[in-house]
Design a binder for this molecule. Structure first.
Ligand SMILES: C[S@@+](CC[C@H](N)C(=O)[O-])C[C@H]1O[C@@H](n2cnc3c(N)ncnc32)[C@H](O)[C@@H]1O
Length: 273
C-alpha cells in the first residue's frame, strides 16, 4: 500500500469521525443536507469559504462538469455541486476516501450528479476532454511529479477549460532533513514553490488568471487546526485516527508556517486551446 493511502486511512478527518460529529450535532442517521454536512467534511484550509473562492475564481456554474483531483471524502465537490448545480467527478488515490465520498454524497442526496473514481492523478483512468473545470485543494502537495499532474489535468479538460486550486508551497529553500520529515511524517512529497507552479502551468499549456498568496491567513488557520487535533487526541477512543503519531508531525508542520518556510497559494488559469 502506498504511503499516501496509509496516511489517509489513519487521518483524523475520516468517515467515522464525520458521522459521529453529524450525529452529535444533529441526531438522526444520514438524513442530512449538504449545508449541514459541509461543516465537517472539508479537509483543507478555510472550509467552504475556500471552496467558494475557487467557484468564483473558475467562474463555475450549472453547465460545468468539474473534476476534483485529490477529492478526499468529497466535501469540496459536494459544495460546488450544491452551490452551482453542476455535475462532477472526484478522483482520489485512497480507496477509503472514495468509499467515504460515495457514502456521504448519498447521505445528502447528491449521488445523481457526482461520481467518485479511485485512481492516481498522474495516470488518470478518466478520458480526454471530459471536463470544463479542474479543481484541487491541498492534495497536489502529495504528488511529486507536478508536471505530469498538470499535463493530465490539461488532457482531461476541454479546450477552454479552467483550472483552480489551492496548495501548500515552499517559501524558502528547505533543508534536506526538513523535506525528509515532511515526506516521511506528512507524505508531503516534493513540495513546489509558487514560482515552480507558475512554470509547470505554463509548460503544461495553461495561462494564469489569478495568483494569490494565502500564507498569512493559513498560518492563523493552522494554529486553530492544531488545537482542534489536540482536542480530538484528548477524546481519542482508539478509533481510526492514530493521534499519537500524527500530532508531533502536525506540530512540526505548523511551526514551518509560523517560521515563514511554508505558505499557501490560490491559483486559477485557463487552458490554452
Ligand atoms: C488533504 S486531502 C484533501 C482532500 C480534499 N481536496 C479536501 O479539500 O477535502 C488530500 C487528498 O489527496 C489524495 N491524493 C494524494 N495523492 C494523490 C494522487 N497521486 N492521486 C489522487 N489523489 C491523491 C489523498 O488520497 C487525499 O484524499
Amino acid at each position: 500500500m502506498s504511503d499516501v493511502r496509509r496516511f489517509y486511512d489513519k487521518h483524523p478527518i475520516n468517515l467515522a469521525q464525520i458521522q459521529r460529529d453529524m450525529r452529535e450535532t444533529l441526531g438522526g442517521d444520514e438524513d442530512w443536507t449538504p449545508d449541514q454536512l459541509c461543516r465537517f467534511d472539508n479537509d483543507h484550509y478555510g472550509g467552504v469559504h475556500a471552496v467558494d473562492a475557487l467557484i468564483e475564481a473558475a467562474g463555475l456554474g450549472p453547465q460545468d462538469r468539474v473534476l476534483d483531483i485529490g477529492c478526499g471524502v468529497g466535501g469540496p465537490l459536494r459544495r460546488v455541486a450544491h452551490r452551482t448545480g453542476c455535475r462532477g467527478v472526484g478522483l482520489d488515490l485512497t480507496p477509503s476516501r472514495i468509499d467515504a465520498a460515495r457514502r456521504l454524497t448519498a447521505a445528502v442526496g447528491l449521488q445523481d450528479r457526482l461520481t467518485f473514481v479511485e485512481g492516481d492523478a498522474v495516470d488518470s483512468p478518466l478520458p480526454d476532454a471530459q471536463f470544463t473545470a479542474v479543481i484541487g485543494q491541498e492534495a497536489w502537495c502529495h504528488i511529486p511529479d507536478k508536471a505530469a499532474l498538470l499535463r493530465e489535468a490539461h488532457r482531461m479538460l476541454e479546450p477552454d477549460g479552467r483550472i483552480a486550486f489551492t496548495d501548500i508551497v515552499t517559501r524558502d529553500d528547505l533543508r534536506e532533513n526538513v523535506r525528509a520529515r515532511l515526506r516521511e511524517e506528512m507524505c508531503l512529497n516534493a513540495l513546489a514553490s509558487r514560482a515552480d507552479y507558475e512554470r509547470y502551468l505554463a509548460e503544461a499549456g495553461f495561462e494564469p488568471i489569478l495568483v494569490e498568496d494565502l500564507s498569512a491567513a493559513w498560518t492563523e488557520l493552522l494554529r486553530v487546526r492544531l488545537k482542534m487535533y489536540e482536542g480530538l487526541a484528548e477524546r481519542d477512543d482508539g478509533g481510526v485516527a492514530d493521534h499519537g503519531r500524527y500530532l508531533p508531525a502536525y506540530r512540526f508542520f505548523v511551526g514551518l508556517f509560523v517560521d515563514g518556510a511554508l505558505g499557501g497559494v490560490r491559483i486559477a488559469a485557463t487552458r490554452r486551446p
